[in-house]
Design a protein around this ligand. Structure first.
Ligand code: BEZ
Length: 211
């Protein structure tokens, strides 16, 4: 069954390039990015894995752990990792799940048979510290994902959790944000003592808190 926003991310055990992982125990109180790629030794995936590894410091700043998956076995991942380091100038520094029996791919509905019977599509699941699924993204095999965008969405979700603000179209870190509709004006006075720009009763713009 498809996994929807707000669902508890299904738990699993897996063999990874960093040893066995029990997913919920492994992520503990962190956020997690679980992402699948179609196949080992493919060009787009090679660039994605190298770039994601380069973002390690950015993920750590946000308390996010990263884990990749493809339906190839671990020995294949280990060989491919050498190519990734050689071509992308960056070693993979997060676990890659070997899911040759497709157990986790099926659990997370990462195989879309009308796209391919055998390969996982490019799925991304962002899971919060309470194990709730907060973001799902599905890209086709031939289109590389934008991992800067994934960081941007994580920033937005963490701002919402901490400050009860939403982020407008094309928001970037440091831009103004919007008080969430669930916060009434009385409560907002306590949360945003410097006030806000009320463009409409439902559109209340404030400076990004915590900046
Ligand atoms: C790739 O990762 O490069 C790729 C995989 C499947 C189809 C097309 C591209």
């Amino acid at each position: 069954m498809a996994i929807r926003l707000g669902d508890i991310a299904p738990d699993f055990t897996a063999e990874t390039t960093d040893g066995p992982v029990s997913f919920h125990d492994w992520k503990k109180d962190s956020w997690a990015v679980l992402f699948s790629h179609p196949k080992d030794f493919t060009p787009v995936c090679t660039t994605e894995l190298g770039y994601t590894a380069k973002l390690k410091g950015e993920f750590e700043k946000r308390n996010v752990k990263v884990i990749g998956l493809s339906v190839d076995p671990l020995d294949s991942h280990e060989k491919w990792k050498k190519d990734i380091e050689e071509t992308q100038g960056q070693a993979v520094n997060f676990p890659m799940i070997g899911d040759a029996d497709r157990k986790i791919a099926d659990l997370y509905d990462m195989i879309h048979p009308n796209a391919s019977d055998t390969m996982t599509v490019r799925s991304v699941f962002v899971i919060d510290p309470n194990n709730k699924v907060r973001l799902t993204i599905t890209y086709p095999a031939a289109t590389g994902r934008n991992f800067d965008e994934i960081l941007r969405v994580i920033d937005s979700m963490q701002l919402t959790d901490k400050y009860k603000v939403a982020t407008p179209v094309n928001w970037k870190d440091g831009d103004d944000v919007i008080i969430v509709p669930a916060v009434d004006n009385e409560t907002a006075k306590g949360l945003f003592p410097d006030g806000w720009d009320e463009q409409k009763p439902y559109l209340r713009v404030v400076k990004q808190p915590g900046k």
